[in-house]
Design a binder for this molecule. Structure first.
Ligand code: NAD
Length: 272
């Protein structure tokens, strides 16, 4: 079925976690441009989240958006966010598990608190949000505006497969996201719920400022990217929207790498 490319998500509601900055912000704006109603989740920066919601409404008057504060690692706050979403928009159709962070340290110096914090937000947060989404999809039942009963998109990373020295908590969390996503996909596919991941490479956002802020750092980074440019949040926004539409309805249980070729082992380019 062909749909207007700018109205592909009309009538659907999307929750994007960690949407006040970086990739989440661009995913939220892109969902709004395709006419989804958007819950712009944030944890600290209310003003930035309100601005994202405002941008969605002025960019496209059909889409509605609200900013909702919740810590994705806290069960009660996640449940309250879904309640608010349902009160405002009736139901939820798309979840983008985007919130994530890093607390880097050399392995022998990593504290339990650093390990636990990253796992709590990056992995447990995706479990808690996905579980609430699935509960809502099952409660609400089939709709006529989407092939799937509901969609879940997990923001993973190339580090779901590339080991990362100095970042073992982060790499372990994203490796966990990979099998969380695949196991959910296996279990929930028969119920009509479509589950996938996006694995960004290096995307220019606040999380990895050190990697692109100086010309030297950017030059080093380019050695890891065969396509020779740093990714932009909009690169991920476009893919997330497509993964939420019926155009990708047969994509299920897959990680889409959006990385300019970072997973092609570029170190072997001249020394195979
Ligand atoms: P970012 O720091 O701009 O965005 C992360 C967002 O998550 C922030 O808005 C932050 O406030 C929010 N957040 C943190 N803890 C939270 C919590 N407990 N509850 C709710 N929100 C919380 O960085 P980003 O690059 O946009 O990262 C977004 C996602 O993309 C993360 O999952 C990250 O791991 C992933 N990712 C980013 C890159 C990259 O190169 N930028 C690469 C691979 C994966």
């Amino acid at each position: 079925m062909r749909q207007n490319p700018n109205h592909r998500l009309l009538g659907q509601t999307c929750i994007v976690t960690g949407a006040s900055s970086g990739i989440g912000k661009e995913v939220a704006l892109a969902m709004g441009r395709d006419c989804a109603n958007v819950v712009v989740n944030y944890i600290t920066d209310a003003e930035a989240a309100e601005e994202v919601a405002h941008q969605i409404e002025i960019n496209d008057s059909i889409a509605k958006a609200i900013a909702v504060k919740a810590d994705v690692s806290k069960e009660d706050q996640v449940q309250a966010m879904f309640q608010t979403a349902k009160q405002h928009f009736g139901t939820v159709d798309i979840l983008v598990n985007n919130a994530g962070l890093q607390r880097d340290a050399e392995f022998h110096e990593m504290t339990l608190a650093q390990w636990q914090f990253v796992l709590d937000v990056n992995l447990t947060g995706q479990f808690l949000c996905s579980r609430e989404a699935v509960r809502e999809y099952l409660r609400r039942g089939k709709v006529d505006y989407s092939c799937a009963l509901g969609k879940i998109i997990c923001m993973s990373s190339v580090h779901e497969v590339i080991p990362w020295a100095g970042h073992v908590n982060y790499a372990a969390s994203k490796g966990g996201v990979m099998l969380l996503m695949k196991s959910m996909a296996q279990e929930l596919g028969p119920k009509g719920i479509r589950v996938n991941s996006i694995a960004p490479g290096a995307i220019q956002t606040p999380i990895n400022r050190d990697a692109w802020e100086t010309p030297e750092a950017l030059n080093d980074l380019m050695k890891l990217i065969p396509y020779k440019r740093i990714g932009q949040p909009a690169d991920i926004g476009a893919v997330a929207v497509w993964l939420a539409t019926d155009e990708s309805d047969y994509i299920h249980g897959t990680t889409l790498f959006v990385d300019g070729g970072m997973t092609l082992y570029p170190g072997f380019t001249t020394n195979g």
